[in-house]
Design a protein around this ligand. Structure first.
Ligand code: NDP
Length: 281
């Protein structure tokens, strides 16, 4: 029998998750498929009925359903509850279990590069769902965090919500400051740059030894990331986070290691193809 997995959310058309997971399934000769299922908020309940009735073994959840799905699940990990969002669901004996692998996926991508977070000063730009998930994982790994967000009360709320986890967390205004010279790891977790927009402020003078990550992977180099590279910082985009949160989903769904390198190659091949295609236009 073929095991079925899916991505639910809206829009899902341009997602790279099917490409990545199916490359992994194929490499390991698994009888499994990964489908895209566009679902809007008002269709969520019916969509979950459809997934159950059609024996889907698990699915990923993306915008705008990550928070909305919580009341419809039978079990939610304490961490996903703290974050208030679920990005991975597993079906066990008809019961829906919700997990959040975004933050741990992000951290795993750093750890695999030999980066140790303990004692590091991290600045997180943004206070949305991705930022919150990452903040929880950073605190577990003993980093200190400064959250800067355009809407200040959202940064304050995020810090308040994760305060119970302990660790050193502060909030501040979305602007350059003394933090630039002190930061060890700068994470761009806003949606600014998805359309190639210029960043609203300069990071000139940033500690050149800082590592800078933009969660956006399309475009591959946002104007923000280009600024950081220009300042001499080590930079990369959100493709690795996508890969590692997908690998964590494999552990949840299949209880096995994902063929990470093959899945990475599938993502990179697609990205290079897209870029040369863009270039031709
Ligand atoms: P949310 O909608 O939850 O949060 C959006 C964030 O962006 C908020 O902090 C918001 O600030 C900020 N923002 C939006 N527009 C502006 C602007 N014009 N100026 C300043 N700040 C702005 O989104 P997510 O947290 O889910 O996603 C954030 C980014 O991370 C997206 O680009 C998404 O593609 C990427 N992502 C990447 C993943 C990966 O695997 N690589 C996984 C998940 C997300 P405010 O509160 O003021 O509105």
């Amino acid at each position: 029998m073929i095991s079925k997995y899916a991505l639910i959310g809206f829009p899902v058309e341009h997602s790279l998750s099917p490409l990545m997971h199916e490359a992994g399934f194929k490499a390991l000769n698994l009888k499994a498929e990964y489908h895209k299922l566009p679902l809007q908020i008002h269709e969520l309940s019916r969509g979950l009925d459809y997934l159950r009735q059609n024996n889907y073994a698990g699915w990923n959840v993306t915008y705008p359903l990550k928070e909305k799905i919580l009341p419809l699940l039978d079990f939610i990990t304490p961490e996903a509850r703290t974050i208030g969002a679920v990005n991975t669901v597993k079906v066990t004996d008809g019961l829906l279990q919700g997990f959040n692998t975004d933050g741990d996926g992000f951290v795993q991508s750093l750890v695999d590069r030999g980066y140790s977070l303990a004692g590091k000063k991290v600045v997180l730009l943004g206070a949305g769902g991705a930022a919150k998930s990452i903040a929880v994982s950073l605190l577990k790994n003993k980093a200190s965090i400064l959250v800067l967000n355009r809407t200040l009360n959202k940064a304050q709320n995020l810090v308040r919500q994760i305060a119970s986890l302990g660790g050193n967390t502060e909030w501040g205004v979305f602007a350059p400051g003394d933090w630039l010279q002190e930061v060890d790891l700068l994470i761009q977790a806003t949606s600014l740059g998805l359309k190639g927009e210029q960043y609203p402020f300069s990071i000139e003078g940033i500690n050149p030894a800082a590592w800078v990550v933009d969660l956006i992977y399309s475009p591959t180099i946002t104007p923000f990331l280009a600024q950081a590279a220009h300042q001499g910082c080590k930079t990369w985009n959100g493709l690795e986070m996508l890969l590692y949160q997908g690998a964590l989903a494999w552990k949840i769904w299949l209880n096995r290691e994902a063929p990470l390198e093959l899945m990475r190659q599938a993502l990179l091949t697609n990205q290079n193809g897209e870029e040369s295609h863009d270039h031709k236009q």
